[in-house]
Design a protein around this ligand. Structure first.
Ligand code: ATR
Length: 291
């Protein structure tokens, strides 16, 4: 390791807590960012089972760990263990980032903020648009609350529409935006894509190893659509490839991954995140996994 970046006795420790965490690219991405800014920080994976979560959070206080990313399966269960929850994370009901200020732990949801950042940085404004969101799981919930808070109207399509209906009521109640729910049938997809300008796949469909799967028939995608996929392995999903061929603008899951990480980095360090370096490093780590 070059001598221009070293971890000293004063280093602050951050990490990702989840199960599994072995394939996380966050350690590569966050340590590259610390190194680029020569910050005395280190980022490590913590593999913690559900039954160990409360003791692990005690450990965060005892060991004075500066911050954590939280991933599957802890994003919801972590909430009662924290001292304070940011209001949007509270509405979403999930936390993916913790900041430890002198033993006081506050939870945030940078998946939500990160998704909106990724759009805005590409010049895509959700305000006043109709956004079609496929899926009604945890990832969809974060995205839908964030988009509605930005002033977008939503059409949520889910294989199990009842699941989407529950979320829709909360989202429209919190934001005052229009939120429609449909089952994930071809006729509904066609109607939704006619009304919508932005389309988001917030399901895991298309993820490795099922890379030939997509929920949106290519024939429904028009050049005026912006097509977003939260899946980042592979980096270019079938949906994104077909959307590109149809002349639509596309945004891949890597951007959301990078921006959720960048926002967490800024909360822990107070420094502006080196987003280009984080994107490059996350992309490199993901490409290595794809091989
Ligand atoms: P996450 O927290 O990552 O969003 P999740 O809570 O398991 O994960 O949600 C997965 C989402 O992908 C759900 O909307 C799921 O639809 P159901 O609610 O009907 O289960 C959707 N999904 C997963 N596989 C799917 C498939 N093959 N076809 C359609 N939708 C799928």
């Amino acid at each position: 390791m070059s001598k221009d970046w070293e971890i000293t006795g004063r280093a602050r420790v951050c990490g990702v807590i989840g199960d599994p965490v072995e394939h996380s690219v966050s350690p590569a991405m966050q340590n590259a960012a610390f190194r680029a800014l020569k910050l005395d920080f280190a980022y490590v994976p913590f593999s913690v089972k559900k039954e160990g979560l409360a003791r692990a959070i005690d450990g965060v206080r005892t060991l004075n760990i500066r911050g954590l990313n939280v991933t599957i399966p802890h994003k919801v269960d972590i909430i009662p263990l924290l001292d304070e929850i940011d209001s949007q994370a509270h509405q979403i009901g999930a936390v993916n980032t913790i900041v430890n200020d002198s033993g006081r732990l506050k939870g945030y949801n940078t998946d939500a903020e990160g998704f909106v950042c990724a759009l805005l940085r590409q010049g895509i404004e959700p305000e006043g648009k109709t956004v079609v969101v496929l899926g009604a799981g945890g990832a969809s919930r974060a995205i839908c609350f964030a988009l509605a808070a930005e002033g977008a109207n939503l059409i949520i399509l889910n294989r199990t529409p009842e699941r989407a209906a529950a979320a829709a009521g909360e989202i429209s109640g919190a934001s005052g935006q229009r939120v429609e729910v449909m089952g994930l049938e071809p006729r509904n997809l066609s109607e939704a894509l006619e009304k919508g300008q932005i389309v988001v796949n917030a399901t895991s469909v298309g993820m490795l190893p099922h890379t030939s799967a997509t929920l949106i028939p290519a024939a429904l995608i028009r050049p005026h659509h912006v097509v977003v996929d939260i899946v980042y392995n592979p980096l270019k999903t079938k949906l994104l490839a077909e959307a590109g061929k149809a002349g639509a603008r596309t945004l891949g899951g890597l951007e959301m991954l990078v921006w959720q990480g960048a926002l967490a980095f800024e909360k822990w360090t107070g420094a502006e995140a080196p987003v280009d370096i984080m994107r490059k490093e996350a992309g490199r780590a993901l490409s290595a996994h794809e091989k």
